[in-house]
Design a protein around this ligand. Structure first.
Ligand code: GLA
Length: 509
């Protein structure tokens, strides 16, 4: 697998193109043996890109008995595929989702009639032997230098991002109603300021190479005016490769133009996602490639938070600030499930020394309120993100939140831990089923979180020896119960449900 595909938890590009109105048809270049063989080479033709280039995807399949293996290649990705054929019926799974097939269909009269990702009908025909993906010319990345700090994100950015809940179903109208809800729900006043549009806003480039939004975003400047008028800021998304992770046009070879476009639209935050850049560059070139957009943003002259998204490749924490990065993803994509959330935060532990004002480790966006975890688990999610000074980017439907979701996302005392101006990231001091994380705070106090990773309720204990306090505790507060608590000597103890958390703020001598 190529570097760019480390993170293929995303819909296939066939689907992406379809969602945006491009017409794909799969063509079978099969070495059509006898009977119902799927073995061969398939090509999916899409629309014409701005430069006249034909959008296409190639699927190559080998068959052994009823087992299928092969690969899928587009400008944006290379992925392994596997599946089965029974009679005329086949199911193919791609690397990005081994649980759900991305293509299901039948061989009918030498054609492949299939449904892609459960949504889109495809008809396949034999392809010509000369069909190949267009070659993308290599652009050497610049030599290394330091990009000046833009002065932003002195505390971890707070806001909302469209991806976790809406994926490709985000549009102008939804962004506006989310911005409305950000104000009416109290989220803005709690500190959530950025309204970030993730992937699938991208249209084609015009004749001059300027990237246009697609039909879902008819007027990006008007949208940014709307968001700004509410006291909020607008974020957007692109990739240093030729395609975004969803398979749409990205910034490769157009970095300066795109940075100018974003500045002209009034964009305040850019998430820059490695994706298809991995088909062109190696991990050794990550820093130079990200520096290129860092320079372009600086030259565009508008303060724009620069969020690097490359899943922690190439020790990004060591050079993220040098390319002008304000935060960098350190993990694969989060999912709304306990194990994914915990796995992402555990990866932050060794990265603690690299976080600080202006530059943060990013274990990915919040899933709080999306429904697949319990409220105890969501309280733990919020506590851990605050402890590790993570960006707090809500990923749920702010227009429709339960009282519990509001109370979790807008717990001011927990937000204060995340936004503490000292900017230290917590690290774990005790492991096992009851894991303890400690974060030193600007006023000399500590946030202490004890997470119950076990499947039974347990008694959590905080001991001031872990805080290196030599004297007595002068004040201790339970940040979820919202009341002060009393230590007995060096110790405070309380019951914590399975997957729950005890989160204290402790002052002492
Ligand atoms: C990658 C990123 C996600 C999201 C999608 C969009 O998977 O890691 O956060 O931006 O791309 O396609």
């Amino acid at each position: 697998m190529m570097q760019g595909n480390v993170n293929l938890q995303r819909p296939p590009v066939f689907l992406a193109a379809n969602t945006l109105g491009l017409c794909f048809c799969l063509v079978l270049a099969a070495v059509q043996g006898f009977g119902q063989s799927l073995a061969g080479r398939w090509i999916a033709l899409g629309g014409k890109m701005d430069n006249g280039e034909q959008e296409m995807s190639i699927l190559e399949v080998k068959q052994s008995g009823n087992e299928l293996t092969g690969s899928l290649e587009t400008l944006g990705l290379t992925a392994g595929v596997k599946g089965t054929v029974t009679g005329t019926h086949f199911e193919l799974f791609a690397d990005w989702n081994e649980k759900k097939p991305f293509l299901v269909g039948d061989l009918v009269n030498g054609e492949l009639h299939a449904v892609e990702d459960g949504r889109r009908n495809i008809v396949a025909k034999p392809a010509l032997p000369g069909d190949h993906l267009p070659t993308v010319s290599y652009i050497a990345p610049p030599s290394l230098h330091k990009v000046q700090y833009n002065g932003l994100a002195k505390t971890p950015p707070m806001g909302w991002n469209s991806w976790n809940l809406f994926e490709d179903k985000i549009d102008d109208g939804t962004v506006r109603t989310i911005a409305d809800a950000m104000v009416s729900s109290g989220m803005r006043d709690a500190g959530y300021i950025y309204v970030n549009i993730d992937d699938t806003w991208e249209g084609m480039r015009d004749a001059g190479g300027w990237l246009q939004p697609n039909h879902k975003f008819p007027d990006m400047k008007a949208l940014s005016d709307y968001v700004h008028a509410k006291g909020l800021k607008l974020g957007i998304y692109s990739s240093p490769g030729p395609r975004t992770c969803f398979g749409l046009p990205a910034s490769y070879g157009h970095e300066e133009q795109d940075a100018k476009t974003f500045a002209a639209w009034g964009i305040d935050y850019l998430k820059y996602d490695w994706c298809s850049a991995g088909k062109i560059y190696t991990n050794d070139q990550l820093r130079a490639v990200y520096q290129k957009m860092g320079d372009a943003l600086e030259a565009a002259g508008r303060p724009i938070v620069y969020s690097l998204c490359e899943y922690g490749l190439g020790s990004v924490e060591k050079w993220g600030p040098e390319v002008g990065g304000n935060l960098w993803r350190t993990t694969d994509d989060i999912h709304d499930e306990w194990s994914s959330m915990i796995a992402n935060v555990e990866k932050q532990a060794p990265l603690a020394p690299y976080a600080g004002p202006g530059h943060w480790n990013d274990p990915d966006m919040l899933e709080i309120g999306n429904g697949q975890m319990t409220n105890d688990e969501y309280r733990t999610h919020m506590s851990l993100w605050a402890l590790v000074a993570a960006p707090l980017l809500a990923g749920n439907d702010l227009r429709n939140m339960t009282a519990a979701t509001r109370a979790i996302l807008m717990n001011k005392e927990v937000i204060e831990i995340d936004q503490d101006p000292l900017g230290k990231q917590a690290w774990p001091v005790r492991h096992g089923d009851l894991e303890t994380w400690i974060k030193p705070l600007a006023d000399g106090s500590f946030a202490v979180g004890v997470i119950n990773l076990g499947s039974d309720a347990a008694q959590a204990t905080v001991n001031t020896n872990d805080l290196k306090l030599s004297g007595p505790v002068t004040k201790a507060r339970d940040l979820w119960a919202h009341h002060d608590v009393k230590f007995t000597g060096k110790v405070y103890s309380a019951p914590v449900p399975s997957h729950g958390v005890l989160l204290l703020r402790v002052s002492g001598k």
